[in-house]
Design a protein around this ligand. Structure first.
Ligand code: 4AD
Ligand code: MG
Length: 440
């Protein structure tokens, strides 16, 4: 075996701990620059990118030729001495001593994604490869950080993680966006739209809970904010009011943004994100009512009338006035889900809240206080034309120790799109599912 395989193997991210040592890095050829008698293979290994330097006069001729002819995304193990190089991306370079080619991408069928501009459809069709690109890589690392921050926030604030089912017998967020699945013996079930109803049961058992998983909406919306499959984190708290829900939502968003700023600076740089916009995301968030939001929208020229739901454009207009997320509460009961607690002083509005992100990103969180009164809940189920049988267990929760309670759902993809400053949510998940896309 050549020394590429026998040198101690390191990750590019750890290069700084190995300056002056001969090490091996296993990765893929990201790019190759040639300059006469020196070639610069740029290697990526998933943890970072490192420029290597191969000098003709210092290498066996065959090896130098092999390096010179390497093709993009060929898998290679490179070994050599690590050197600090402040001008290099990442800050280190490797002087190549040996290269083992694991698989060489043939010229006849080259790597399809080249540094030239590709259209979005082409890139989406090649999503399985596009993930290797720097920007996509940065986005998914931020997503990882966001998810970890969400978990850390709830885990360190007394919440128990309880997973809720994906196959569900009933709608949570309205019957028009259900994906139906043939279960056994003719039974129909639906892919979950939200774990909330189950969270309400587990909150009565554990006090403070959260669920975190994929949710599905058969929404025929082709917007930059909609996926048919997305990840949602949903906390739920017993003995909680709308005000408690707002406080937790605010704390969570501040925590998540600060974690990204702390740990993902280089990704933010890759994405050319203006982080000063994120640095202003601090408590307290402005709090306005739906009534105030409608009045403000009308002043801005929106067609919205009291009683209507906000469209994407309305949300963008509302967010414009603030440098941090804004919380809008007390939407008309009529446009909200069956479980929303009406305001006792004004039953035509519900004790629900949406959190709208700034910079035009719109709703990232929806939630509020749930109905805890048995008779009111029964009435609402009927008014919404929902099948009572499917909710028997949910109704039980109002018979056995019912208490005011509430929670919310935050969509991971919308949150990541905002934090990364992306045009569309499709880049925030490895393999997006959208109206016209189920592949790769
Ligand atoms: O506002 P939604 O529909 O609320 C619920 O599902 C509640 N049951 C949550 C709860 O109280 N436990 O959805 C919550 C969030 C939205 O604010 C948005 O961030 C995200 O989920 N979301 C979507 N994200 C991507 N694509 C879609 N089609 C989405 N629909 C909702
Ligand atoms: Mg909503």
């Amino acid at each position: 075996m050549n020394s590429a395989a026998t040198s101690s193997r390191i990750a590019i991210a750890q290069a700084g701990d190995h300056v002056g040592e001969i090490v091996a890095v296993s990765g893929w050829l990201y790019n190759l620059r040639k300059s006469g008698k020196i070639v610069f293979p740029i290697l990526r290994d998933g943890t970072g990118v490192m420029q290597c330097v191969a000098v003709k006069s210092q290498l066996p001729e065959a090896l130098f030729e092999t390096i010179k002819e390497l093709t993009q995304e060929s898998s290679i193990v490179v070994s050599g001495k690590v050197r600090a190089e402040p001008r290099a991306p990442g800050g280190y370079e490797m002087d190549v001593e040996a290269v083992e080619v694991v698989q060489r991408v043939p010229e006849a069928d080259p790597y399809p994604i080249t540094p030239k501009e590709h259209g979005i459809d082409f890139l989406m069709d090649h999503r399985h490869l596009w993930l290797r690109s720097r920007r996509q890589h940065a986005v998914l690392r931020v997503r990882h950080e966001v998810i970890k921050a969400i978990r850390d926030y709830f885990d360190s604030n007394g919440f128990t993680l309880i997973d809720t089912p994906i196959f569900t017998p009933a709608a949570c967020e309205g019957t028009t966006t259900l994906f139906e699945v043939d279960y056994f013996d003719g039974e129909k079930v639906y892919l979950t739209q939200s774990g909330q109803l189950y969270n309400e049961a587990t909150a009565m058992a554990f006090g403070k809970v959260y669920t975190f998983g994929p949710t599905f909406r058969a929404e025929k919306s082709k917007t930059r904010r909609h996926l048919t499959e997305f990840w949602m984190v949903e906390p739920e708290m017993a003995y909680a009011t709308l005000e408690d829900v707002k406080r937790v939502a605010e704390e969570l968003v501040v925590f998540v943004v600060s974690r990204v700023l702390e740990n993902r600076r280089s990704e933010m740089e890759t994405l050319e994100r203006d982080i000063s916009k994120l640095e202003s995301v601090k408590a307290p968030f402005p709090r306005i009512t739906y009534d105030e939001a409608v009045a403000s929208l009308q002043r801005k020229g929106s067609e919205i009338q009291w009683g209507g739901d906000f469209g994407g454009t309305d949300e963008t207009l509302l967010g414009e006035d603030y440098d941090r997320p804004v919380m809008v509460d007390r939407y008309p009961t009529a446009i909200k889900a069956f479980y929303m607690q009406p305001d006792p002083e004004r039953p035509e509005v519900a004790l629900g809240v949406d959190v709208l992100a700034p910079e035009g990103y719109g709703e990232i969180i929806g939630g509020g206080q749930r109905i805890h009164d048995l008779n009111l809940l029964l009435r609402r189920i009927e008014e919404h034309g929902l099948p009572k049988e499917a909710f028997d267990w949910y109704i039980d929760l109002r018979k056995y120790g019912s208490v005011p309670h509430g929670g919310f759902g935050m969509g991971v993809e919308r949150c990541v799109a905002w934090i990364c400053g992306l045009e569309h949510v499709r880049e925030t998940i490895a393999f997006p599912r959208m109206l016209y896309r189920t592949r790769p």
